[in-house]
Design a protein around this ligand. Structure first.
Ligand code: FRU
Length: 485
């Protein structure tokens, strides 16, 4: 470890110590979501299971509640419920990553954990340089930087980052999020036999390729995997115009389904489908666990989308990650299912069956709280059904057009209400909500659609109200969640 590395680590640890009390006094601090110990957290990185242990890294700026020269923070768990905070994995201390150890991924090979990440550098001329770097570990805690392994190829700007690595047969592949010289978003494929020497294969997808038209000026955080023999390319494109109910956030995250020809390369794919319909969801990453499940965690935030208006800033922290979700191919799309293990957090249960509400708004005895899971199964909705949370957010279903709407006060202008919507083709049959102080994750019809958002209600308000236009009949289960330890 260099002196600069030690210095940066000490400075980060001091920032954690000095602000611990303030950060933990924050009323909006969730109970079972990953947060920064101080400062700003963004993308999940390097999610991987190794010898039974899940490693979850994250983009971290310890010194302010804004973006900057990122570190990789590190959590580990054996069960997705109990998490341990580990020492900083990567600090931006080297010439090739001095302005940020940016996002990347992890793979396990030969008793070694390999981290691939982007070294972000601003040179003397104030221009960006991007180096795709490697760091290795044999104990999963201490990482040795090996420096750049992939250099910027011709034809791309230095917006070239977020390597995601996977194995296919005897080869390793890496997909990188890129911007071409003509300022179009691309996903670029590399190949390697040994994880250290990489060869450019070419663009596997991008704006104006494979039948896509205009599709953003930069693609961030790509991920490629197979789900039931479908090739899935997840990306977070920047620069999509809002269209009807789609692309309503500043930046989007979603996926294309198709078949990847690794040789060309060419990813022959269909349309882009957004993974989430809420206000805050970006830069998700997946891993395949030892049970063969495809697990996703996302950032419960969006860059440049009124980040400085989050009230947690006054207590020196901002953003968190989503709960882990299992991805399943249902024959026509990905569905997201809260990871089975989260049931271990369930404490007391409340159950009400056959509730009917008719042209009325009601609370239901015992339903409410700050750290809860709620499952609602509908028998019938005549016209409209809505759940109102803490006199703050509302989630509404209109049967006649199948539109689901999440609304909340605008974070920058409380007098305005903002909305996110999606139209579902099946009737609303089921809702599963995870609420954790200032987070809300709504899984619709077993995860066909998901709405992920931050919520900042008055803290003493625990009320959950149900509204029906016409008559709605449903049953409801609620668990108090005891959270991460
Ligand atoms: C996505 C992103 C990545 C980058 C990282 C920097 O949110 O912009 O493209 O590597 O964040 O923190």
């Amino acid at each position: 470890m260099s002196n600069r590395d030690i210095e940066l680590r000490n400075k980060a640890e001091t920032a954690v110590e000095e602000n611990r009390e303030l950060v933990h006094s924050d009323q909006y601090r969730p109970n079972f979501h990953h947060m920064p110990p101080v400062g700003l957290l963004n993308d999940p990185n390097g999610l991987v299971q190794w010898n039974g242990v899940f490693h979850l890294f994250y983009q971290w700026m310890p010194f302010k509640t804004d973006h900057g020269d990122k570190f990789w923070g590190h959590y580990t768990s054996t069960d997705f419920v109990n998490w341990e905070q580990q020492p900083i994995a990567l600090a931006p201390s080297s010439w090739f990553d001095k302005n940020g150890c940016y996002s990347g991924s992890a793979v396990v090979h030969d008793h070694t954990l390999y981290l691939f990440y982007t070294g972000n550098v601003m040179n003397e001329k104030g221009e960006r340089e991007a180096h795709q770097c490697l760091a290795v570990s044999t104990d999963g805690i201490h990482f040795e930087k090996k420096g750049p392994v992939v250099h910027l190829p011709d034809g791309y700007t230095a917006n070239f980052r977020d390597p995601k690595v996977w194995r296919k047969g005897h080869s390793w592949y890496m997909v990188i999020g890129a911007q071409s010289k003509d300022l179009l978003g691309k996903a670029v494929l590399f190949q390697s036999d040994n994880l250290t020497e990489w060869e450019l294969v070419g663009n596997m997808a991008g704006a104006y390729e494979n039948g896509l038209g205009e599709f953003g000026y930069m693609w961030e955080c790509p991920d490629f995997f197979e789900l039931n023999e479908q090739g899935i390319l997840m990306v977070s494109p920047q620069g999509l115009e809002e269209k009807g109910m789609n692309y309503a956030n500043t930046y989007q995250s979603g996926y294309f389904t198709g078949r990847l020809d690794y040789q060309q390369p060419d990813f022959n794919h269909g349309v882009f489908k957004e993974l989430d319909r809420g206000f805050e969801f970006y830069a998700p990453q997946t891993t395949l666990d030892e049970k063969g499940r495809r697990i996703l965690i996302g950032w419960l935030g969006v860059s440049d989308q009124y980040e400085q208006a989050h009230p947690t800033i006054r207590n020196k922290w901002v953003h968190c990650l989503t709960i882990p979700r299992e991805l399943i191919w249902n024959g026509s799309q990905i569905v997201q299912k809260p990871l089975e293990e989260l049931k271990e957090m369930r404490d007391s249960i409340l159950l009400h069956s056959d509730i009917t509400i008719e042209n009325d708004q009601k609370g239901i005895r015992g339903i409410g709280g700050k750290s809860i899971e709620v499952n609602i199964e509908f028998e019938n909705i005549e016209e409209q059904f809505a759940v109102e949370l803490f006199h703050y957010a509302a989630f509404n279903y209109q049967k006649k057009n199948g539109v689901l709407t999440l609304s909340r006060p605008h974070l920058e202008n409380k007098d305005k209400t903002e909305f996110r919507r999606v139209k579902i083709s099946n009737e609303l049959k089921q809702l599963r909500l995870f609420i954790d102080h200032s987070t809300l994750e709504i899984f619709v019809n077993e995860g066909e659609e998901v709405f992920t958002s931050r919520i900042f209600p008055q803290i003493e308000d625990e009320s959950v109200l149900f509204t029906s236009l016409g008559s709605s009949t449903f049953s409801i289960e609620q668990w108090k969640l005891n959270g991460y330890t």
